[in-house]
Design a protein around this ligand. Structure first.
Ligand code: ADP
Length: 357
């Protein structure tokens, strides 16, 4: 894949505004461990969310000073840290989009959920930025068809934050080369091409907020600890096998295997953190209490509900739409004591990003 293009440069630099809304996603088969540059050690599978998303408006105008600048506003307030990270991200793209150096950027972004807390704001945030840059290219240079456009946006999003590449599509998405599906790649994500069983077409995700403060160990540092991890080789092989079995479950509507694989992947992710050198723990006591109560509830009521975790303490409670009523009663009565006044986000599988006019 060769996206380098020295011709994407303006003779007369325009001004403009482009806005995108892009979702967070939750991985069922986990990405943990990477090679240079943002290449995953194993394939992952996720679905895009609906309510947990980022809205980003990018204003661009001809550069005034010596070099391109980025002013970043998050939820209405200037955010220098996000601005600096975005500037570094844009500079890293100067071979692919030489025009970024010709602009001063004013970016306003809003997340509908807490950032840096393990609900993948990096995925929604970076995918929204990637879509905006690809859209600047599409607006001023050449029109791409939709599939080329989203593939490139996924490639660019990956360079900003690995799992962001899965957020440029709605529904279930795979990132990483697998034999079972043609067109899959380590360089960008692709939508799952198999027909998804109706049990999973409207899968629900209630995100129980155990903690909303910033994580103590960044995902970047966590990935790096997989490099000399004693269980790395087995883990990467296991992810391939689990992905294959999960794809079968998603097609056949096999809830039992879906639950088994999904929960095992979540705990394996955290087990990798706990067996790294140095080790670290992102689960909280409430995380374990909630997991145990979910297991009891499932065993006694036979409700097909399970959990997954991202790289953080918050629980994603997954279940088919058909059992939403009883699961929400369970959340209110059985689980809300562990979320305190942080509460939960009632989310579900989403349709993917949207351009905002
Ligand atoms: P999370 O679990 O929320 O993804 P990370 O620490 O992995 O936590 O990522 C948080 C980082 O994602 C922020 O420091 C910032 O660089 C980036 N990010 C979050 N929200 C946005 C946004 N709206 N626009 C651009 N970048 C964002």
């Amino acid at each position: 894949m060769q996206y380098k293009n020295p011709d994407l440069k303006f003779k007369v630099t325009p001004s403009g505004q482009i806005a995108w809304e892009s979702p967070s996603n939750i991985a069922l088969i986990k990405y943990w461990g990477k090679k240079e540059v943002q290449i995953p050690q194993n394939p992952s599978l996720s679905f895009s969310l609906n309510r947990a998303h980022t809205k980003t408006t990018v204003n661009y105008e001809p550069v005034k000073g010596k070099e391109s600048s980025v002013n970043f506003f998050l939820n209405g307030e200037s955010n220098e840290a996000f601005g600096n990270k975005t500037k570094i991200f844009f500079e890293s793209l100067s071979d692919i989009f030489p025009f970024v150096k010709q602009f001063d950027f004013n970016i306003s972004s809003e997340n509908t959920f807490p950032h840096s807390a393990g609900i993948a704001s990096s995925a929604s945030g970076m995918s929204a930025l990637a879509l905006a840059l690809c859209d600047i290219e599409r607006t001023h240079f050449h029109q791409k068809d939709d599939s080329e456009f989203y593939q490139k946006a996924s490639y660019i999003a990956r360079l900003g934050s690995g799992s962001a590449c899965r957020s440029v599509y709605g529904g279930f998405t795979i990132w990483g080369k697998i034999e079972a599906q043609q067109g899959t790649s380590d360089l960008f994500a692709t939508p799952v091409s198999e027909k998804i069983h109706p049990e999973f077409e409207h899968i629900q995700d209630t995100i129980l907020l155990v903690e909303t403060g910033a994580k103590k160990v960044s995902s970047r540092a966590g990935h790096a600890l997989m490099n000399n991890h004693p269980f790395a080789t087995q883990r990467f092989q296991q992810a391939h096998q689990n992905l294959k079995e999960l794809l079968n479950a998603l097609q056949s509507g096999d809830l039992e295997n879906f639950i088994r694989i999904t929960e095992s992947e979540a705990l394996t992710l955290h087990a990798m953190m706990m067996t790294s050198n140095p080790y670290f723990l992102l689960m909280k006591p409430e995380t374990l209490q909630i997991i145990s109560i979910i297991q009891d509830f499932r065993n006694t009521t036979h409700t097909p509900v399970c959990f997954t975790l991202d790289a953080g303490p918050n629980i994603h409670l997954l279940y088919p739409l058909s059992v939403k009523k009883q699961v929400m009663e369970f959340v209110k009565e059985g689980l809300s004591p562990f979320t305190g006044n942080r509460g939960w986000i009632e989310d579900e599988l989403g349709k993917g990003p949207q351009k905002i006019s």
